[in-house]
Design a protein. Structure first.
Length: 468
């Protein structure tokens, strides 16, 4: 019996030892806490086969996380780009509206600026000095524009005369001016490489270029004689500029536009006021790049460009490019030749009617497909002409399909305005030059921008050849 008891005890001890050994083995096989936590995300415990699976799962997880981060980064970039575009468009629309209001006040015979705007302009006194080392000294006031006041100044360092433009102390105008400086620097850097001949007819900053004075951003330019509107009044004496000088200036204008086109830059404000004559009267330069933009930066509005010089694709809300400047150039050439503004309507709708009269009908896609086309055309492509002074307020339906010919083409309008030659000018020579000038204007004033001549093509016309 004693032996039986001893045997039972030995068996119990052996069983306990086996259980203890098994428990230790299980404990040794149990995954650490970090592995248990990892299993929540689908990772395996580390066995020979499961370790590879865990590695693959971890790599997939990392890849998913990277993709998620990339999506977030792309979304952030897209949002940033959208924000930048919105701010840029907001600034451009501000510039367009400011210039439109300024022009309308002038047309109405009122002051160019309101009383509340006066304090934003800088008023310099003759003899006042400013700029780095006070090197610029005021000699006379030149005038005011939408965004600035301009003064003739003498530089003490180079003894040259400059025109210094003081931007108004207005936050949005300051931002617009900074954008204009960027454009001048782009032109200075790239225009000569793109078109060395044409680049000389684009104005640019000179001297110290820019500086700050009493809260005003200042631009420094070489002094010019006057703009071509002032030249019309001074040298045209109620008519146009002399044909010899006119042909020279017009050629230079198209060379400048050729340079801009090669850089994909739209001026968007071309008119006689923004073409400056050099002091010796030999050349002109296109100026005021406050409205200029890259072709890729266009904003869709029916009020881009001054109204009298506004291209039809702008009015109709169609895609546009540098060809809108060619349209403005055509209207500008007519004005410089005759002393008369070609299109003088008070509204976009009436501008279209005058275009049909002088240039002919519109392609169907222009009449129907623009963002603003249906404001002006019916489904048949007829112009719904709305006279703002009409008593009934009902529109006239004007035939404006592509086959419609101009009632009085630009060529005829030009000949009527210029009349017979004066003085000792040979009649045949005069008539030939007028016909060639009319051809230039007509090529610029094709309502379809695809049919409109480019600056390069205009420069190949007979008017600009040696024998005219």
């Amino acid at each position: 019996q004693a032996q039986a008891i001893l045997k039972a005890q030995e068996q119990a001890q052996a069983k306990a030892a086996r259980q203890e050994t098994l428990a230790k083995a299980r404990k040794a096989a149990k995954p650490p806490p970090w592995m248990a936590a990892a299993s929540i995300f689908g990772k395996s415990t580390p066995s020979s086969s499961s370790t590879a699976q865990a590695s693959d799962g971890g790599a997939a997880q990392d890849d998913d996380a990277a993709k998620a981060k990339k999506k977030i980064a792309l979304a952030d970039l897209s949002e940033l780009q959208r924000s930048i575009t919105e701010e840029r468009n907001k600034l451009r629309l501000f510039v367009i509206k400011a210039k439109q209001d300024y022009d309308e006040r002038k047309e109405g015979g009122g002051g160019a600026v309101g009383a509340t705007d006066q304090q934003e302009y800088y008023s310099a006194s003759v003899g006042e000095e400013f700029g780095p080392d006070k090197q610029y000294k005021v000699e006379a006031a030149i005038g005011r524009g939408v965004f600035s006041s301009v003064f003739k100044c003498r530089c003490a360092k180079d003894s040259r005369d400059h025109a210094i433009k003081f931007i108004r102390s207005n936050t949005m105008m300051r931002r617009a001016a900074e954008k204009e400086v960027e454009m001048y620097r782009r032109l200075a850097k790239s225009a000569a490489d793109a078109d060395s001949e044409g680049a000389r007819y684009l104005i640019n900053l000179s001297g110290v270029q820019t500086f700050e004075h009493q809260g005003h951003l200042c631009f420094v330019f070489d002094l010019m004689r006057c703009d071509l509107r002032a030249a019309l009044q001074k040298y045209g004496q109620g008519a146009g500029l002399p044909l010899v000088a006119l042909v020279q200036y017009v050629r230079q204008m198209f060379l400048g536009l050729r340079a801009l086109r090669s850089m994909k830059v739209i001026h968007a404000d071309l008119k006689p006021d923004n073409m400056l004559m050099t002091v010796n009267k030999a050349e002109i330069q296109i100026c005021d790049f406050g409205s200029a933009m890259d072709v890729s930066e266009q904003v869709r509005t029916a009020y881009c460009q001054p109204r009298y010089y506004r291209a039809p694709e702008i009015i109709l809300g169609l895609p546009y490019d540098t060809q809108i400047d060619v349209w403005s150039a055509g209207t500008t050439v007519f004005e410089l030749a005759t002393g008369r503004i070609l299109f003088t309507a008070k509204t976009n709708n009436q501008m279209l009617r005058q275009m049909v009269y002088a240039c002919g009908g519109f392609p169907r896609r222009m009449a129907l497909d623009g963002d603003f086309s249906r404001k002006h055309f019916n489904a048949n492509g007829d112009l719904l002409s709305k006279d703002p002074d009409s008593i009934t307020g009902l529109p006239d339906v004007v035939q404006a399909q592509p086959q419609v010919r101009p009632a009085k083409p630009v060529q005829a309008l030009l000949q009527t305005a210029l009349g017979p030659p004066g003085g000792k000018v040979d009649k045949d020579t005069h008539e030939r030059q007028v016909a060639q000038l009319g051809e230039v204007i007509s090529q610029c004033l094709q309502v379809d921008p695809a049919a409109r001549s480019t600056p390069d093509q205009v420069l190949e016309l007979p008017l600009f050849k040696k024998k005219r």
